[in-house]
Design a protein around this ligand. Structure first.
Ligand SMILES: O=C(O)c1ccccc1NCC(=O)[C@H](O)[C@H](O)COP(=O)(O)O
Length: 231
């Protein structure tokens, strides 16, 4: 089971979490979040996918931050339409093709902007309260790599509350998804149970339940969680 730790903020803490080798680290580029990221991402092992989290952001800004930080994935956590997601995906693909072509011609080893080895993954978030109309996801199926199901709450994300996972019993697609929303160490048994179901859960996404304060993750608790879910 893959693990994404979201809401990273401080260099030393990022390095400590990276040491646990999660599959994804999330950096929130949303000014209204307590975890808004503005720093420099330290060098990370290639196995960790740097994920930028955006909420209804201007497309140009998403693209420029992907290039500035060499993001491997973007998590669209707002009300981004199918057209928006398609456009961002196409623009990223075009920029990537251009970058590869320029790089071939110039034969420069170092470039001003970094670029991920693979295409940028697109994760589209949907927040769930008590029920959910999965038909809403249909138009996104062709475009996104993963869905992420979070809990609808006061904030756009990082609310620290779980939704009723029974809602997912009606998930009708094969598209893999991240399970998110208030997952903590106390949920290990319930997590293990849902992982045994037929649902295409690709990754678990954790955040505020492992924090000592917004943006600071508790390393020992994360390590325990990671060990427990990988057994
Ligand atoms: O965490 C935030 O502050 C945040 C703000 C705005 C958009 C997204 C945000 N977090 C993104 C995540 O992927 C969180 O991990 C997800 O919402 C679950 O958080 P939590 O309920 O704290 O486990």
């Amino acid at each position: 089971m893959k693990l994404k730790v979201c809401g990273m903020k401080f260099t030393e803490n990022i390095q400590q979490v990276a040491h646990l080798q999660p599959d994804y680290l999330g950096f929130i580029f949303y000014e209204k979040s307590k975890r808004n990221f503005e720093g420099i991402i330290p060098d990370l092992p290639n196995s960790i996918k740097k994920t930028g989290v955006f909420v209804n952001e201007y497309k140009e800004i998403v693209i420029s931050l992907v290039e500035e930080y060499g993001l491997d994935a973007i998590q669209l956590h707002g009300d981004e339409s199918v057209e928006y997601v398609t456009d961002v995906k196409n623009q990223l693909a075009e920029r990537r093709a251009l970058f590869i072509e320029e790089n071939k011609q110039i034969k420069k080893k170092k470039n001003q902007h970094k670029i991920s080895k693979n295409e940028v993954e697109i994760i589209k978030v949907f927040s769930i309260k008590d029920e959910f109309n999965f038909n809403l996801l249909k138009p996104y199926l062709e475009i996104v790599d993963y869905f992420l199901f979070d809990t609808k709450g006061k904030e756009r994300g990082g609310n620290g509350t779980k939704f009723d996972w029974k809602v997912l019993e009606k998930y009708p697609f094969e598209k893999p998804f991240f399970l998110s929303g208030g997952i903590g160490l106390e949920d290990v048994e319930e997590v293990k149970k849902i992982l045994k179901s037929d649902l295409p859960i690709y990754a678990l996404d954790v955040n505020s339940k492992f924090e000592s304060k917004p943006g600071v993750k508790k390393i020992e608790e994360l390590e325990k969680f990671k060990n427990k879910i990988s057994v």
